[in-house]
Design a binder for this molecule. Structure first.
Ligand SMILES: Cc1cc2nc3c(=O)[nH]c(=O)nc-3n(C[C@H](O)[C@H](O)[C@H](O)COP(=O)(O)OP(=O)(O)OC[C@H]3O[C@@H](n4cnc5c(N)ncnc54)[C@H](O)[C@@H]3O)c2cc1C
Length: 335
């Protein structure tokens, strides 16, 4: 592990200033060598141990006052500070009552110990767990090479959709649920400049830029995630299948958020996780639910449609029936 300096930030401004000073000094440095934000530090430490991150400076944002707050928004939604831990989010009554798919995704993520450390911001910005990406010996497409080793290698945990250039999957299963609720990410940049982006636009497909998994610039920080108000007819379901029930990343996960009254759907969104290099909204399949009475037939049709564009690899074709089963069960549970 390389030597690095430690900066204890006590405000977002300070954290951004510290990162900016290091970024400008190391413009010619290798990626992963400038300054890096640390919240819970779970992925930062893993990346350092794996040799993929050799920061000059670690900027600890964990102690910034207020960055972990969870507050109601003026229009009835919820604003979750980037430093809120997954455990703190699970304790929030509004998440428990109104955003049940999000609660379920938190409940199935990692372990209680990890959820006590893991922050929302770190969860969104964590890197893929693709074993070729995590191996220092493989200069894969995501690390500036020309090959996705998983495509013709060991690919049982990899993507079955949008996997043309790189077949990694995004590791954040919390994002599957957040995206289904049409969440937005509040990003703060240098000089306090803020931008609000849809979570759909936050993630980047490897074909657009293989070196990054999200739009964050090195001098920007996630400040919060904002959930819109939901209506009294809104129902939400999240289902995850991992290799082990105890703790693991998803092999497949699904979130559906729909307005359903007397068993009939008037609006729906569906997002799949661990299917593609980004959490993937499958809106055309969710739209099939609109104006339909939820039953076995429509649930099956939606599941089939959601998987019709799948391009599984040699060892992960099992994901297609797995997703179909999760989607079908989720749709039926809406009623
Ligand atoms: C065994 C295991 C199982 C897991 N299972 C799951 C799972 O099922 N589902 C799931 O979703 N996750 C899972 N995780 C991942 C875990 O939730 C993440 O590692 C964790 O959320 C990262 O949070 P952190 O606060 O520790 O991030 P850190 O390690 O502090 O940061 C991670 C990355 O985010 C950046 N970062 C942190 N905060 C910010 C911010 N505010 N703005 C901009 N960048 C920031 C850091 O620079 C770094 O690049 C699992 C992890 C382990 C070890």
């Amino acid at each position: 592990m390389n030597k690095f300096s430690w900066y204890q930030a006590s405000s977002v401004e300070e954290a951004l200033k510290a990162v900016n000073s290091t970024v400008s000094e190391s413009l010619t440095a290798k990626p992963g060598t400038g300054a890096v934000f640390k919240s819970g530090g779970i992925d930062v430490l893993d990346l350092m141990k794996e040799g993929l991150l050799q920061p000059e400076m670690i900027v600890n944002i964990r102690e910034i006052p207020g960055l972990d707050s969870i507050e109601d928004t003026a229009d009835g939604g919820l604003k979750i500070g980037a430093n809120a831990t997954l455990a703190e989010m699970m304790e929030n009554e509004k998440i428990k009552q109104n955003y049940q798919a999000l609660y379920q995704s938190l409940n199935h993520a990692a372990t209680p110990q990890l959820r006590n450390m893991a922050s929302l911001g770190g969860n969104l910005a964590q890197r893929t767990r693709c074993w070729y990406f995590r191996s220092i010996d493989h200069q894969c497409f995501r690390k500036g090479g020309s090959t996705c080793f998983a495509k013709n290698g060991m690919n049982e945990f990899h993507s079955i959709l949008k996997n043309g250039m790189c077949s990694s999957v995004h590791s954040s299963s919390i994002s599957t649920a957040l995206m289904a609720f049409d969440a937005k990410v509040e990003i703060t940049g240098s000089k306090g400049k803020q931008r609000l982006v849809d979570l759909d636009d936050f993630f980047i497909l490897p074909g657009d830029d293989p070196s990054r998994e999200n739009i964050l610039r090195s001098d920007e920080l996630i400040a919060a995630v904002i959930l819109p108000k939901i209506s009294s007819d809104t129902k939400s379901i999240y289902k995850k299948q991992g290799a082990r029930e105890s703790y693991d990343w998803a092999l497949a996960d699904v979130a559906i958020v729909a307005d359903v009254k007397s068993g009939k759907c008037s609006k729906a969104t569906m997002v799949l996780g661990a299917a593609a290099p980004v959490p993937l909204r499958i809106q055309y399949a969710a739209d099939m639910l609109v104006n339909e009475k939820i039953d076995e037939n429509i649930a099956k049709e939606v599941a089939e449609a959601a998987m019709e564009r799948a391009t599984p690899l040699e060892h992960n074709a099992y994901k297609v029936p797995l997703f179909k089963a999760l989607i079908k069960r989720s749709v039926l549970q809406l009623a």
